[in-house]
Design a protein around this ligand. Structure first.
Ligand code: UFG
Length: 340
């Protein structure tokens, strides 16, 4: 891994990286990776969905991206080299119910952040985007040429930001890497951090809560999809590998590289039933299931073509197999079920 060397923070010559949303699931793993890679890390989070105790490294400042004065103080005082932006609402179903909240959080607050960057001459931006920008896939695996036709306010909010970023790049003064995560999963291999949503809505943590007895069963949302076992297929990508992609994207921008938008997945899909079977094997526990109706807005199959990330950033996932992803998530679930 290249050592951080080019842009600098105020005091030490070591780049300072602002992580917005660093108390959330992926953000907190990234804060740890950046710190262990030698960067100075400044975490900004309003703790609306994140957890203060998930920030184990760097400096934490509680604050809101809606507050331009707060952002000015942060940028003036610290000499920031790049911004990693994880601070967003991310539940597809919820976004259908409260779309304005999603657009305000995900679009308006991102504009505030970009404005502050511009006022303070910070050019480098890494954006957490999503497979949800593509909508119902026209073909699979999904590469970057696939049309963006999101079917939820969440997906549309992320697509809007991608368009704003492309315009910012064309106008000059902004360089960005937009990373479209497929299904982020797993937990810190050291066992220090993991996935925490309240309430939980994602498949793997819910399945493992059923395995540990914190939940009576797992509901399968639809068993009549046009897939081999009738359940939805997703491309699960280890949070450690997502963090690696962010580190490489950061090095790319700090070295003067051009803006990019990249899909991140393993290129291999697993059905809901396959995930549950893997969780049974990994945990050695019974996992009762109930088949429910389809959840609105779920495409049958979402699998990434991530060859561009490999070509442009040299990214190779270290933990592509589902057993490892579920195994790390299971270690975290066992820790949680003991202490929460
Ligand atoms: N599922 C169940 N039962 C559950 C929860 C989920 O059967 O209790 C199914 C879903 O229907 C889906 C699959 O498991 O088929 C995965 O669902 P998740 O909620 O874990 O993840 P999604 O694929 O819905 O969403 C993820 C991210 C979003 C992102 C999206 C891209 O969480 O932020 O991928 O499509 F937008």
């Amino acid at each position: 891994m290249m050592q951080p060397a080019c842009a600098t923070g105020h005091d030490s010559g070591i780049p300072t990286i602002l992580v917005a949303g660093g108390a959330g699931y992926i953000g907190s793993h990234m804060v740890k990776r950046l710190a262990l890679s030698g960067y100075q890390v400044l975490v900004v989070d309003n703790l609306s969905t994140g957890f203060r105790d998930a920030v184990r490294h760097g400096q934490f400042v509680e604050g809101d991206l809606a507050d331009a004065g707060f952002l000015d103080r942060i940028f003036v005082e610290r000499g920031i080299s790049a911004v990693l932006h994880f601070a967003a609402l991310s539940q597809v179903g919820e976004s259908v119910l409260v779309p304005v909240r999603y657009y305000r959080n995900n679009v308006a607050n991102t504009l505030n952040l970009l404005d502050a960057m511009q006022r303070h001459g910070v050019q480098n931006f890494i954006f957490s985007s999503t497979a949800a920008i593509f909508g119902e896939p026209g073909y699979t695996p999904i590469d970057e040429r696939h049309p963006m036709q999101p079917i939820s306010p969440y997906g549309r909010s992320k697509k809007m930001v991608e368009e704003i970023l492309a315009d910012g790049d064309r106008a000059g003064g902004l360089r960005y890497v937009s990373l479209r995560y497929f299904n982020a999963a797993g937990a810190d291999p050291d066992g220090e951090l993991g996935e925490r949503h309240d309430p939980e809505s994602h498949l793997i943590p819910l399945v493992l809560q059923a395995a540990s007895g914190r939940r009576s069963h797992i509901a399968i949302f639809g068993s009549d999809y046009p897939t081999p076992d009738g359940t939805c297929i997703r491309d699960y990508i280890h949070v450690h590998d997502l963090c690696t992609a962010h580190l490489l994207a950061l090095e790319h921008l700090l070295a003067g590289g051009a803006s990019l938008a990249l899909n991140l997945g393993n290129g291999q899909g697993f059905s809901v039933r396959e995930v549950i079977d893997t969780a049974r094997r990994v945990s050695g526990r019974e996992i009762p299931v109930q088949v429910h109706d389809r959840r609105p807005g779920d495409p049958a199959i979402l699998v990434a073509d991530s060859r561009n990330a490999s070509v442009k950033l040299g990214w190779t996932p270290l933990y592509p197999d589902l057993e490892t992803i579920v195994g790390d998530a299971w270690s975290w679930e066992q820790r949680k079920s003991r202490s929460w």
